[in-house]
Write a protein of this length. Structure first.
Length: 435
């Protein structure tokens, strides 16, 4: 985790103290269940909670023990015994390290998902507000980077809203999929521990029992989780790239907020650069990169090997922290985005009406021209305008083939900008409901 791109609330999920607290809760809840079914004394389970329930674990001490034992869970259990005393012998009975590690990881991932869902809600709120603000603000739609037909800026933001709504649903599904608990022993057979212990721990930790585990929870669940984060990052990048293009000097239809005292370049005082959206592009690349090792972690040897562990120690914190930062940056960017309707109109008019070419094509076919001929008539008048030689509407009115089918008034009718927006309300209802 890089502090520059880290928000405290998400970072705290991955701090050692938080991890050890979760490990303790798993062990203590397991002890409660073991006591309830008569495997260990009930007083021992109570003592474990009483002695360590409110403890602040000594991370340096655990690290010191691990340097000798070369085993993180054993180091923790040794330190826990120093706190609890003799009753610590009843901790971890019938369990394997992965019961603690995997259940903890899934607790952390579900908590991270909850924060990310909250982040998405902020992005969605910002997009909805700005989309309705510019619901009918005309702008040019582009395909291949070239002027196509008119849209509204509200529709551009509605596209993103719909995409991030899907992202939210995917993340909810990924959270549910990864929210499992395994307290099933060395190879998942419950040979040394009763399945009722797993059920108790799962409920206490806000998880559900893993239907069948080996020594570990199956990693396809985690692969789906990190792949979902990668898809969300791709949506972040798509919107960031749109903003970057719209801020180009020769376009300047929208622009990142530029605060008082902000500087864009060490060399050129005039610069106002889209640094936030460029930053989001880079962060999105990193989140997607974390999805690959998660997918490679699915294929472990037999009941388990350790090849997944080192990767997860990095990708768990880094992917969630990075996406958390990116989503909050995106929400702020949209909230403060500067939007320039006058420049949008200027760009709309830049091609002298060529953006209405399809309307002319359709109008000619409806008046009897073949599609092939209609296309030829419209294109031969459009190309000079493309080169800056004349006005599209004027040329069409002088074309004898066009005039055979369309009057001047009918030609003028095809240049009505409002025609393109007659279904905006319908699209908004589909995206936002009846609000």
């Amino acid at each position: 985790m890089i502090p520059r791109y880290t928000r405290p609330e998400m970072a705290s999920i991955w701090e050692p103290q938080t991890r050890f607290k979760i490990w303790f809760e798993i062990e203590a809840h397991a002890a409660d269940a073991l006591a309830e079914i008569g495997v260990i004394p009930k007083e021992a389970a109570k003592t474990i909670w009483a002695k360590a329930g409110d403890a602040t674990f000594d991370v340096a001490r655990i690290d010191e023990i691990e340097r000798e034992t070369k085993h993180d869970v054993i180091a923790f259990l040794t330190h826990l015994a120093e706190i609890v005393g003799p009753e610590a012998r009843f901790v971890h009975q019938g369990m394997t390290s992965s019961d603690v590690l995997d259940t903890c990881l899934n607790v952390q991932l579900t908590r991270a998902a909850d924060l990310l869902i909250s982040d998405l809600d902020k992005v969605l709120a910002a997009l909805k507000k700005r989309a309705f603000e510019h619901k009918m603000t005309p702008t040019i739609g582009r395909s291949h980077g070239i002027h196509a037909e008119p849209v509204t800026f509200g529709l551009k933001l509605a596209y993103a809203y719909a995409e991030f709504s899907r992202a939210r649903e995917r993340l909810l599904a990924a959270r549910k999929e990864v929210a499992t608990c395994a307290i099933s022993g060395a190879v998942g057979t419950f040979a040394q521990i009763d399945p009722r212990v797993e059920e108790h721990v799962a409920k206490a930790m806000g998880l559900v029992p893993e239907p069948i585990s080996t020594q570990v929870i199956p990693r396809d669940r985690h692969a789906m989780y990190f792949a979902t984060l990668g898809v969300i990052a791709s949506s972040v990048e798509r919107l960031a790239i749109e903003i970057r293009h719209l801020q180009r000097t020769e376009v300047l239809e929208a622009e990142e907020f530029f605060s008082e005292g902000q500087k864009g370049s060490s060399a050129m005082p005039h610069k106002r650069n889209p640094v936030l959206s460029e930053n989001l592009t880079g962060l999105s690349r990193m989140v997607r990169a974390y999805a690959m090792p998660a997918m490679e972690n699915v294929a472990l040897w037999h009941e388990r090997d350790i090849s997944h562990s080192s990767a997860e120690r990095m990708i768990g914190p880094d992917a969630t922290v990075t996406l958390d930062f990116a989503l909050m940056r995106l929400a702020g960017l949209i909230e403060k985005l500067l939007i320039y309707p006058a420049n949008m109109q200027k760009n709309l008019d830049r091609l002298g009406g060529l953006v209405h070419s399809q309307r002319l094509l359709i109008a000619l076919t409806q008046k009897g021209a073949s599609r092939e001929d209609a296309y030829k008539y419209v294109q031969r008048n459009a190309m000079p305008v493309w080169r800056g030689e004349g006005d599209f509407q004027t040329l069409l009115k002088k074309d004898p083939d066009v005039k055979k089918h369309l009057s001047d008034a009918e030609i003028e009718e095809q240049f009505d900008l409002g025609y393109h927006f007659k279904h905006v309300d319908t699209i908004f209802r589909r995206v936002f409901g009846e609000s």
